[in-house]
Write a protein that binds this ligand. Structure first.
Ligand code: GLV
Ligand code: MN
Ligand code: MN
Length: 412
């Protein structure tokens, strides 16, 4: 068979995703598989079993990133890399990240069973802790690999139960020996669900992102004065939760105030002591601000910090801000982006140029290697929730685009 006629096996891809979905699957049909938990370990074990079945050379680095290499005819040439992540959000979906890992696996299975040799080595990767929900910031595995974060700093990040990333990695047995350090990569492709409404609305099959929005994360600590809910007069209160509520509304209004493509979210909150008849004295909440325009995002961050200190002052509640993460917008390799669109059209799939609002490991890999992504539609534009879904035909179509992009890059 001509290479150009080769297609992935859509039912095998579906079976692979469904098998992975049993590890940490929720009653609501989603996934709860936070980074470096027992569920993450089990998903990794299964992934490694599949890599072994293909006879790939497996390596695990100090960050727990897992690589499986299929040697090319010229292994000294920089390899082609593809993958994503197997960790999920709390009560997240079955496709986010997982499709990129299983799609690359399906592409390699197709190449393998057809005994096709490529000029360059092709490798699959599962990056550790892309979601950043248990250990922040996001993309710690790819960020260390690409040289953006220090390994030991990543190890020292703690979850809400005070377990460190390093301890959790060791506990699940995935602190590998290989240095978590970039090497020359000829091309990196990450296949992913869109996680937004655009492709479905446009009636298009393949999304071709030119890059990813910049992201800033910070944590806000508000301190109040605890007291009895009954006897304490309303005008004598320093209520940390009320101050936080006012701040959260300001975050929600920030995009309207700043304009452009800015989006802003408060997604996580802790209130102490969290009793119905005590005025709250400590609140922590997270802020996530994104835009393609780095300047606009940075201005918005400054503006909201000012609003927070004014609210804190007015309500007698001191505010402390801890910066967690800042990544400027990412522009993918124009040549590879163009290739994704051309391959889609050659395979008979409609495509649409776009920007990714979600963060991806591709953002860090892009800083050290030519990178592009392939998107497929998210049903109802829903993601990071249990009902996250993508049609199986679309998963298959995206995997075919990945397969042929891999061929082209691996034979250069
Ligand atoms: C990653 O999932 C993100 O927050 O966009
Ligand atoms: Mn993802
Ligand atoms: Mn995600």
């Amino acid at each position: 068979m001509e290479i150009s006629e080769l297609r992935v096996n859509g039912s095998r891809l579906r079976a692979t995703i469904e098998e992975l979905a049993r590890i940490g699957g929720t009653a609501g049909g989603g996934m709860h598989r936070l980074a470096l938990t027992e569920e993450d370990k089990q998903a990794r074990d299964l992934f490694i079993r599949w890599l072994k079945e293909l006879g790939l050379k497996i390596s695990i680095d100090e960050m727990g990133n897992i690589f499986g290499e299929r040697k090319g005819r010229s292994p000294q040439k920089p390899m082609v890399l593809s993958g994503s992540h197997l960790d999920t959000q709390p009560k997240g979906g079955r496709f986010d990240g997982i499709l990129g890992v299983t799609g690359a696996l399906e592409a390699l299975r197709t190449i393998h069973e057809n005994r096709i040799d490529t000029e360059r080595t092709i490798a699959i990767v599962d990056w550790t802790d892309e979601e950043g929900t248990r250990f922040s910031p996001a993309m710690l595995g790819s960020g260390v690999w690409a040289g953006h974060f220090e390994r030991d700093w990543a190890y020292s990040r703690v979850d809400l139960g005070a377990t460190s990333f390093g301890e959790a990695l060791e506990r699940i047995g995935y602190k590998g020996k290989a240095p978590a350090r970039k090497w020359p990569v000829h091309a990196y492709y990450e296949f992913h669900i869109e996680q937004g409404p655009v492709l479905e609305k446009m009636g298009k099959r393949i999304g071709v992102p030119k890059g990813i929005l910049g992201i800033t994360w910070f944590d806000v600590y508000v301190e109040g004065e605890g007291n009895q809910a009954g006897p304490t007069p309303m005008n004598a209160r320093k209520d940390a939760l009320v101050a936080a509520a006012e701040m959260i509304l300001k975050v929600n209004n920030l995009p309207a105030k700043m304009g452009g493509d800015l989006v802003a979210t408060v997604g996580e909150i802790q209130n102490a002591p969290n009793s119905r008849n005590i005025i709250p004295d400590r609140v922590r909440f997270t802020v996530d601000i994104r835009s393609w325009e780095d300047l606009l995002k940075n201005k918005a961050v400054e503006a909201i910090k000012n609003e927070f200190s004014q609210i804190g002052e007015k309500r007698g509640c001191p505010v402390r801000i801890e910066m967690i993460w800042d990544i400027s917008h990412t522009e993918f390799d124009s040549h590879l982006v163009e290739r994704v669109g051309k391959v889609a059209s050659r395979l008979g799939y409609s495509s649409h140029p776009m920007v990714s609002g979600a963060g991806h490991d591709a953002a860090y890999v892009c800083r050290v290697a030519p990178t592009a992504m392939i998107f497929v539609p998210s049903i109802g534009g829903r993601s990071h929730v249990e009902v996250e879904n993508t049609r199986w035909e679309d998963c298959e179509a995206g995997a075919n685009v990945l397969l042929h992009c891999l061929f082209q890059s691996a034979n250069e």
